[in-house]
Design a protein around this ligand. Structure first.
Ligand SMILES: Cc1cc2nc3c(=O)[nH]c(=O)nc-3n(C[C@H](O)[C@H](O)[C@H](O)COP(=O)(O)O)c2cc1C
Length: 200
């Protein structure tokens, strides 16, 4: 059996950081093994401690275990290109957020930002636990609200596949080449002191 490459061997940070940031990556080869309820709780517990504007904690996560009664509802939301490999996920998650503040009903301009922070907490926790987490924009947003009975005032953002690492050789051939940890832009391309001087 082939195994997934180790991002810690293939990614080299230019500056000193915690290993966990390098360890998290988005492979598609998943084993199909189940994710325990305790593991799911740990993922959402990590998300729970994210910061948010006025501590609104506006993120909401809906999830389904593979082979549960809810699985097909979640799985059917994905575009075919994601279904191809997500069939071996242990859990699928849809990430939503409340778009207004509970305290005064005014629009919350940071609901997407806050929810991204919570989602990254979840993904880093998954990596720390040796699990794959893979975010996906490729799903039907409108249908996710209808299928999952999500009321007005909540917006869907992405889906996440959570699974155990699998065998890349079992992926369709055109997916196998993608099973290698990606690189990143250089630091001066994303961060500079002073006023805006980026090329793009
Ligand atoms: C919001 C978001 C949406 C994404 N959508 C998809 C998707 O629909 N399908 C997919 O295979 N990967 C998707 N990805 C994964 C990205 O391609 C991946 O995170 C990026 O290439 C960086 O690689 P890394 O996560 O391995 O570091 C998505 C990632 C994010 C954050």
């Amino acid at each position: 059996m082939a195994t997934l490459p180790n991002p810690l061997e293939l990614r080299t940070p230019d500056h000193s950081i915690e290993e966990l940031f390098i360890k998290r990556w988005s492979p598609r080869a998943l084993s199909g093994d189940a994710i325990t309820a305790a593991a799911v709780n740990s993922l959402f517990e990590a998300a729970r401690w994210a910061p948010s504007s006025f501590n609104e904690q506006e993120w909401r996560f809906l999830y389904a275990h593979n082979e549960s009664e809810h699985w097909s509802t979640f799985f059917d939301l994905l575009v075919e290109a994601n279904q191809l490999w997500c069939k071996n996920a242990g859990v699928l998650i849809v990430v939503f957020s409340r778009t207004t503040f509970t305290r005064n009903g005014k629009p919350n301009s940071t609901h997407e930002f806050d929810t991204g922070l919570a989602t990254q907490n979840l993904m880093l926790q998954a990596a720390a636990m040796g699990l794959v987490s893979h975010a996906m924009a490729g799903f039907d947003r409108g249908q996710s609200k209808r299928s999952l009975n999500v009321p007005d005032g909540f917006e869907p953002h992405c889906m996440l596949a959570i699974g155990h690492p699998g065998d890349p050789a079992e992926l369709p051939e055109n997916y196998q080449g993608m099973e290698t940890p990606s690189g990143r832009k250089q630091l001066p391309e994303i961060a500079r002191e002073g006023t805006f001087s980026f090329d793009e």
